[in-house]
Design a binder for this molecule. Structure first.
Ligand SMILES: [Zn+2]
Length: 419
């Protein structure tokens, strides 16, 4: 394997500037001079989100006067982490998003409606805005506001590209349908979907992706990124996984012990950032489960691709010997238009074996797709969880007991798991 100069530079940099890595390398008697290629990274220990939460500031490599922007993670998965960005980090973010846009076939002629939060110290909105500017395209900063406002904005300013969360795009589709608005006559030709996957592990559109495509004749591109890695994986027109940006990030797929897995095997996404100044990360375990696709892409881009994120590592369920994730269960349920209220419980039986219970709400009428739910589970995820049908009122009432900031449908009751 070729020497990766950017990796060599990154290791020297964190060894000098980051208290955390300096101590980690010392503790493990690591000679960083011996690590020159991506494959050599396996000699280093991995770093977890908990390390980052506990010792956040020890990861910083820049001082107060050098910080251009302060970002924090959303904190949906535990305590938020603060990430200081230098001026060069902002430029790196711009390059990363501009590259992503090019991968998705976006050009400087495009008008891009950003339906993401640009403030609140979030990174995503900022990164997209900077990327649009670097590409030389036009931005429309709408934020994640109401479907009506988005549609009005589309009518007025004729954007060609939208960026937003798939569930929100589906809301726009619903609104347009309910109000007899033909969204296919709008200027939009492409949507970049962030946050949640639009494809399953076979790279086929999942229920939400299908829902959008069934009404709206647009190109859908998925993009996966996180604040910690400050890099995005974006799908080209082929939609066969998100292309790597080798200059900005090294990706490994690792097992429970941090050992790299071969391409094609499902494991945890472990990243090493390249060229980051504020808070570079070396062998950071993201908690996201995916696999690497190395077969050539029809678009001609030679980079490897990352599959859709199949789930979070801590949410992995072993049901009757088969590994599944909540997203797979939810996808089967979402395929049934009669189910509007549901939730999922995972618990351990007396032998410590995972059990899954799916509680779906019914309006009391005959619902063919609820009747065929067990069969659909069998066909799509190969195993059938316990299915309990209750009245919609009962399901809503159960869910209201757990009202939080975000609506929740997955409840992990296993010992040692966060509720
Ligand atoms: Zn491609």
């Amino acid at each position: 394997m070729e020497v990766n100069n950017k990796l060599v530079e990154t290791l020297a940099y964190v060894n000098e500037k980051s208290l955390f890595y300096k101590q980690l390398f010392k503790e493990h008697h690591i000679d960083i001079q011996a690590i020159k290629t991506a494959a050599d990274l396996a000699k280093l220990p991995t770093v977890s989100k908990v390390d980052l939460q506990k010792r956040n500031e020890d990861f910083y490599c820049i001082k107060n006067g050098e910080i251009a922007d302060i970002v924090t993670t959303s904190g949906t998965l535990g305590n938020p982490v603060t990430v200081p960005l230098s001026k060069n980090d902002l430029e790196r973010l711009a390059l990363n998003e501009s590259n992503s846009f090019i991968t998705a076939g976006v050009t400087s002629d495009d008008i891009i409606q950003l339906m993401v939060t640009l403030d609140m110290r979030f990174m995503a909105g900022l990164a997209y805005f900077l990327g649009v500017q670097r590409l030389g395209a036009t931005s429309l900063r709408m934020g994640p506001g109401s479907p009506v406002a988005q549609l009005e904005n589309i009518e007025k300013f004729n954007p060609t590209v939208l960026i937003g969360v798939p569930s929100f795009i589906a809301k726009i589709v619903d609104y347009a349908e309910q109000n007899n608005i033909d969204i296919n006559t709008t200027s939009v030709r492409k949507i970049i979907c962030i946050g949640d996957a639009i494809r399953d592990e076979n790279l086929e559109l999942n229920s939400i992706g299908k829902r959008i495509k069934s009404v709206w004749n647009v190109e859908l591109h998925s993009t996966y990124a996180s604040t910690e890695m400050a890099t995005a994986f974006t799908e080209c027109q082929a939609g066969r996984g998100g292309h790597f940006q080798d200059d900005l990030l090294i990706v490994e797929i690792v097992d429970d012990n941090g050992n790299p897995l071969p391409n094609g095997s499902m494991g945890e996404v472990c990243i090493t950032t390249l060229g980051v100044e504020g808070m570079p990360l070396v062998r950071f375990r993201t908690g996201d489960m995916a696999f690497v696709i190395d077969e050539p892409c029809s678009c001609g881009n030679p980079s490897f691709r990352l599959s859709p994120i199949i789930g979070r590592k801590e949410q992995m369920i072993k049901l009757k010997g088969t590994t599944i994730y909540p997203s797979g269960i939810i996808d089967v349920i979402n395929d049934c238009p009669d189910i509007t209220n549901f939730y999922i419980e995972v618990f351990s039986d007396e032998l410590g074996v995972d059990k899954v219970r799916v509680i779906v709400g019914s309006d009391g009428n005959s619902n063919p797709c609820i009747d065929s739910l067990a069969e659909n589970f069998k066909n799509k995820i190969r195993v059938v969880p316990e299915i309990i049908v209750q009245s919609n009122i009962q399901v809503i009432s159960n869910l209201n007991k757990h009202k939080g900031r975000k609506p929740k449908v997955f409840f992990d009751l296993r010992a040692g798991h966060k509720f």
